[in-house]
Design a protein around this ligand. Structure first.
Ligand code: NAD
Length: 513
């Protein structure tokens, strides 16, 4: 296996044992257990984190609460200026942070760089947003009255992030929340805590030189028991944005809902591409390959199902089998490799057990399916991307396995394709490849794809930050990132001002005294 040059760890100034909690401008002497972070790439120890305990969490939340009372009063464009500088700081550290993302999570270096670029892009978006937090004005039915609405910040936003986007998901939430006047407390995934620590260190200098109040951007890297669950029940946090599995999302919805808090839920996907007989197959095959095997099938928007017209089914199957047989699996930091490792051996177990269920339920494995062994694969985290033929949405097909398994199925009519497409519990991303206008429009129409993202002639993965990101059904219904997603991080207030000398009531009601 190629030896990884670890000089990026020095550039990121990671200590051998990092603290797991920060108030933005100061690190806490944390008191939780020590977690060791090993790379799924080569199994080496990257570093250790002394995690945040419940007591550390309390200190951070108290500081964040105080910070909110100051930060909300700072004019939004001035808050935007801080976000702009965060973007600049991330630009300076793009290579080293991208490398850490890649090494700790296991995605390719190009994807690691892409993830940091997403952070930079959302900073740019949030800077512009800081001058565009618009409310509407309405015409009052009463004379000499003016009505309008304005948006105020909510308070502390809790961000719970998943392992597969160790830093970008935080930035989608945090940079928008910051521009809106909120303060943020981040609980990263325990599997990629060093990425969070490094990010927090990068932004620290910006917060310090701008005299940003202590507590505006906080980190609490702790276990779900010590920190995560406590956050869900904490009434001081009016909104929790949680990215992760549907299982955890349901818990977040229940716990936060019980106290009538708000949540943005970004959960599992089961994304399909419909390939029509009218598709440009060259485009489709490239999109399918990237969507299905990129990040070793560990994107929420990974292509997991292919619904193929019977007339082109055999051709697509044959060509894809050829592509799959030529994929190079190995160290994701080597640009010659297409497929890196899964996050850990427990993800490998899920991969193997899903393929076992495929067999039991009548599916046929066309290619792949094995766990790689031998030199270069000592971590036990590398698997062969797998293609499976199924006749229908078997129970296992309806389940999100977070690994590179692609299910192929046939259709005759577009109605049948749409039925197969929507007949799963999740509703994140979707695509159709066709050059037939009627099929295209049917896919995008009210009776078409039921997902939050529906694409034509581009694949399911790789969303742009300018659009609202999220999905329906078991994907949770949340939206974050671009468009008007910012509204979820603010509270709307309707204001009516009477500038006359009488007090007319609405709806013509009379009440004389
Ligand atoms: P996970 O559900 O295991 O963990 C997600 C986060 O929730 C982690 O930070 C974890 O520590 C935390 N958590 C777990 N139990 C908790 C509790 N009781 N209280 C509070 N927090 C708790 O998910 P994962 O394995 O890290 O990520 C993969 C999943 O995330 C996949 O299902 C994927 O589809 C989904 N995902 C969705 C999106 C999206 O935008 N829809 C994006 C990325 C990942």
């Amino acid at each position: 296996m190629t030896k990884t040059n670890l000089s990026f760890l020095k550039k990121l100034k990671l200590k051998s044992i990092s603290a797991g909690a920060s108030t933005g401008v100061a690190w806490l002497k944390t008191t939780g257990e020590i977690i060791e972070s090993y790379s799924p790439v080569d199994g080496k120890l990257i570093g250790k984190i002394k995690t945040a305990s419940r007591g550390d969490y309390e200190k951070v939340i108290a500081t964040a609460e105080k910070a909110f009372s100051e930060w909300r009063k700072i004019p939004a464009p001035k808050r935007g200026e801080v976000v702009r500088q965060i973007g600049d700081e991330l630009r300076k550290h793009k290579e080293s942070l991208g490398m850490l993302v890649s090494y700790e999570m296991g995605k390719s270096y190009q994807e690691g760089l892409g993830e940091v670029q997403e952070m930079i892009d959302i900073c740019d978006f949030a800077v512009g947003l800081s001058r565009q937090l618009y409310g509407l004005t309405m015409h009052s039915e009463r004379p000499n009255h003016r009505m309008y609405e304005q948006w105020h910040p909510l308070g502390i936003i809790g961000v719970i992030s998943a392992f597969n986007f160790p830093v970008a998901v935080w930035s989608w939430n945090a940079m928008i929340a910051l521009a809106c006047g909120d303060v943020v407390v981040w609980k990263p995934s325990s599997k990629v805590m060093l990425c969070a620590v490094a990010t927090q260190q990068i932004i620290e200098s910006v917060l310090k030189r701008n005299n940003v109040p202590e507590g505006v951007l906080c980190l609490v890297a702790g276990s779900s028991k010590e920190v995560g669950d406590v956050m869900l029940e904490d009434k001081r946090i009016p909104m929790i944005s949680a990215t992760g599995s549907t299982r955890v999302g349901i818990r977040v919805a229940q716990k936060v809902g019980e106290r009538l808090g708000r949540s943005i839920l970004e959960l599992g996907g089961n994304n399909a591409i419909i390939i029509s007989q009218h598709a440009n197959l060259d485009l489709a095959l490239r999109a399918v390959t990237f969507g299905a095997v990129g990040t070793a099938g560990q994107r929420c928007t990974t292509t997991r199902r292919l619904i193929i017209h019977e007339k082109v089914y055999e051709e697509v199957k044959k060509k894809l089998t050829k592509i799959y047989s030529q994929l190079s699996i190995g160290n994701p930091l080597d640009p010659a490799n297409h497929v890196g490792p899964l996050i850990d051996t427990s993800a490998v177990k899920d991969f193997s057990s899903s393929l076992q269920k495929v067999k039991e339920q009548g599916g046929k494995i066309l290619i792949g399916g094995k766990v790689k062994q031998g030199k270069g694969f000592e971590t036990g985290c590398y698997v062969e991307p797998s293609m499976v033929e199924v006749k229908e949405n078997l129970p296992i097909v309806k389940h999100e396995t977070f690994a590179p398994i692609l299910y192929l199925m046939k259709f005759k009519t577009i109605e049948e394709a749409l039925h197969l497409h929507n007949d799963v519990p999740q509703g994140l991303s979707s695509a159709i490849f066709t050059e037939n206008m009627q099929e295209m429009e049917a896919f995008l129409s009210v009776g078409g794809s039921d997902c939050g993202i529906a694409n034509v002639n581009i694949g399911t993965s790789g969303a742009e930050i300018g659009g609202a990101f999220g999905g329906e059904k078991e994907t949770g219904g949340g939206r974050e990132s671009g468009s008007d997603s910012w509204k979820a991080y603010m509270r709307r207030q309707t204001n009516t001002i009477n500038y006359g000398n009488s007090l007319p009531l609405a709806q013509g009601i009379k009440f004389d005294i």
